[in-house]
Design a protein around this ligand. Structure first.
Ligand code: COA
Length: 163
């Protein structure tokens, strides 16, 4: 049986930290759906298409096998979305203790909504544990170098946004 997992997030934009989670999750599941949130409480800088395009570009650039990955947008309940793909797990990256409480609540709520779907947490590797999309955007806006955190393509997209 093919094991499908959902990796949800805002990905505004995808960072090297997210890519690391994508690569590592493919060691434990067969198929990964990267679910780009279209309706959460955040107001993203990038459109849903720009965020999906960055993910597609970065997967290709990093030779991550795209036959095992789908990039989709998600509206509505994540558990319903997961069910529609016959997914058995939701993958989340945990960077620091500060992520834990909120993630713990979401995992608990999702379990109540559908106990057939497990949440699996992958710890961020050391070098990625401080990266966040919000900080990447802030540093870029203020003229800082973000090339260690995101792809050149992403920097181009961000440059277009602020020009
Ligand atoms: N490396 C680098 N950064 C990482 C990371 C990693 N491994 N893992 C997480 N992050 C960062 C992200 O960049 C983001 O940073 P930012 O806030 O600075 O932008 C932050 O951690 C996580 O934010 P986000 O991607 O928005 O995820 P989230 O944990 O807030 O959850 C959804 C977003 C879409 C998964 C969630 O809102 C959801 O499930 N929505 C669907 C509706 C639903 O079912 N609601 C009920 C849920 S119980």
């Amino acid at each position: 049986m093919i094991k499908t997992g959902i990796y949800p997030g805002t990905f505004d934009p995808l960072t090297n930290g997210h890519l690391d989670i994508v690569k590592r999750s493919l060691k434990i599941i067969d198929k990964l759906i990267i679910a780009v949130a279209d309706n959460n409480n955040k107001v993203p800088l990038l459109s849903i298409d720009e965020r999906k395009q960055i993910i597609q570009n970065d997967l290709e650039e990093n030779n991550i096998q795209s036959s095992n990955i789908e990039i989709q947008s998600v509206k509505g309940l994540l558990t319903e979305f997961a069910k529609s793909y016959n997914a058995t797990c939701i993958i989340k990256g945990l960077r620091a203790v500060s992520d834990f409480e909120y993630e713990f609540q979401m995992a608990g709520m999702n379990y109540q909504l559908n106990p057939n779907i497990e949440t699996i947490f992958l710890m961020s590797s050391d070098k990625n544990s401080f990266i966040s999309s919000k900080l990447v955007k802030e540093v870029h806006k203020l003229g800082g170098d973000i090339s260690s955190f995101v792809s050149t393509y992403t920097i181009k997209v961000l440059n277009n946004k602020i020009s």
